[in-house]
Design a protein around this ligand. Structure first.
Ligand SMILES: Nc1nc2c(ncn2[C@@H]2O[C@H](COP(=O)(O)OP(=O)(O)OP(=O)(O)O)[C@@H](O)[C@H]2O)c(=O)[nH]1
Ligand SMILES: [Mg+2]
Length: 387
């Protein structure tokens, strides 16, 4: 079986290379996730991989989708307009569903299916992507959805098309009956979740089918997805290298220092190699502990940077207590690994009982790996997601 890649490396790893050719995939999207933006990003990615794309849109005018897709004039992209008939408008799409969405829903679904099959068969050069945004029109009619997907499937298989269906989470219970029904209908069920902490939303992917443990925090870019955690804290004892860590982990950073010590905050944004994050560094001096209190509530994870030549275990213990109280996942970064008298990360981990990675912040050693590791840790310890 050929595997088709999705636009996020970590997701493909979890799925052993991607989704199977000819399969159908459900993306179930929480309200915090803009599913149309997600679909456009997926389409752009698949078009870069030279796929033919058929995009059925039934919840807005096709222009809105066409604007987001790189090159819609190409003959490997076709839109099916399932919306403008309902408004009595002209269409810019290649295909159109004539039935009014407000009329008999079953007729509408039937015609959608016929037009989708026609469009898929029209795409010569096989190796295609079919997107249906959105399954709102099927809500509660899961039998009709089952028929729809089953009738489309043989066409998808014979034209090497993967069919992606997007459905907003209409208040389904996590293990409720409806999700179970949906899980039976589709080959893959991928849940795009959003949770909020201190007013900030973290989006992450949970794979429901097949049954794999992986969770990936993500953000949507026009060209694909990146691993993304909106806010991470960088804290630790005085002079441990926190500002240097923020600066060298990021592409863009600002530190407010006076005489070499931080007096306000460090801020940096990372966006590289499929990783994206916002970093906030605290001042190390004790008189700035208010900054930690204030910031902790809106963060999703934390680095404790220590000087591995003199880790200041007392301060680490105090931070451990505070971070645990905030239910914030954290790891220690044992800085100054370039110095001979630095303790190894293993030694510090042994002493503190906290997972520790070695870094050399000044020379940027091991910083990307640390970021990725904290992102994973955040996904492993997601107890506050459902609070
Ligand atoms: N050789 C070496 N020097 C480093 C490393 N990390 C930081 N430094 C230096 O150590 C000094 C302190 O680093 P900062 O990043 O300002 O430390 P900080 O934790 O932000 O300090 P405060 O904000 O005052 O608490 C700076 O002169 C850095 O250039 C490292 O890994 N190796
Ligand atoms: Mg600093």
């Amino acid at each position: 079986m050929t595997k088709i890649e999705l636009p996020l490396e970590r997701l493909n790893e979890a799925l052993d290379g991607g989704v199977e050719d000819g399969s159908n995939v459900l993306f179930l999207a929480d309200l915090a996730v803009d599913k149309s933006k997600f679909a456009s990003s997926l389409v752009n990615f698949r078009m870069e991989e030279e796929d033919n794309v058929v995009y059925l849109i039934n919840n807005k005018m096709p222009q809105y989708v066409q604007e987001r897709i790189g090159d819609t004039d190409k003959d490997n992209f076709a839109t099916i307009d399932g919306f403008s008939s309902t408004l009595g408008k002209e269409t810019t799409a290649e295909y159109k569903i004539e039935t009014d969405l407000k009329a008999e829903r079953s007729d509408y679904i039937q015609e959608s299916k016929e037009v989708a099959i026609e469009a898929m068969e029209d795409m010569e050069d096989f190796g295609s992507t079919f997107v249906l945004d959105s399954l709102d029109a099927f809500a509660g009619k899961w039998d009709e959805l089952r028929d729809f997907t089953q009738d489309i499937k043989p066409v998808a298989e014979s034209t090497n098309t993967v069919c992606y269906y997007l459905l907003p989470n209409l208040g389904f219970e996590d293990d409720g009956e409806e999700i179970e029904e949906l899980t039976e209908i589709f080959d893959y069920v991928i849940h795009l979740k959003g949770i909020e902490r201190g007013g900030i939303v973290l989006k992450f992917i949970e794979i429901r089918k097949p049954d794999v443990e992986t969770k990936v925090p993500f953000d949507i870019t026009p060209r694909g997805l990146v691993m993304y955690v909106p806010k991470m804290l960088v804290t630790g004892p005085y002079d441990a290298g926190k500002s240097t860590t923020v600066q060298n982990m990021s592409e863009e950073a600002v530190s407010v220092d006076r005489l070499g010590t931080t007096v306000a905050l460090d801020h940096g944004s990372v966006n590289k190699k499929g990783l994206k994050a916002e970093l906030f560094g605290t001042p190390g001096q004790k008189r700035f502990d208010w900054a930690l209190d204030f910031l902790g509530k809106s963060m999703f994870g934390c680095f404790i940077v220590v000087d591995a030549r003199d880790p200041n275990y007392e301060r680490v213990e105090q931070l451990e207590r505070d971070l645990t109280a905030e239910e914030l996942p954290f790891i220690i970064l044992a800085n100054f690994q370039n110095k001979d008298d630095a303790l190894s990360p293993e030694e510090i981990e042994e002493e503190t009982g906290i997972e520790t990675l070695g870094i050399d912040a000044k020379n940027g050693e091991n910083l990307d790996e640390s970021l990725e590791r904290l992102m994973d840790k955040i996904m492993e310890q997601h107890n506050w997601y459902y609070a």
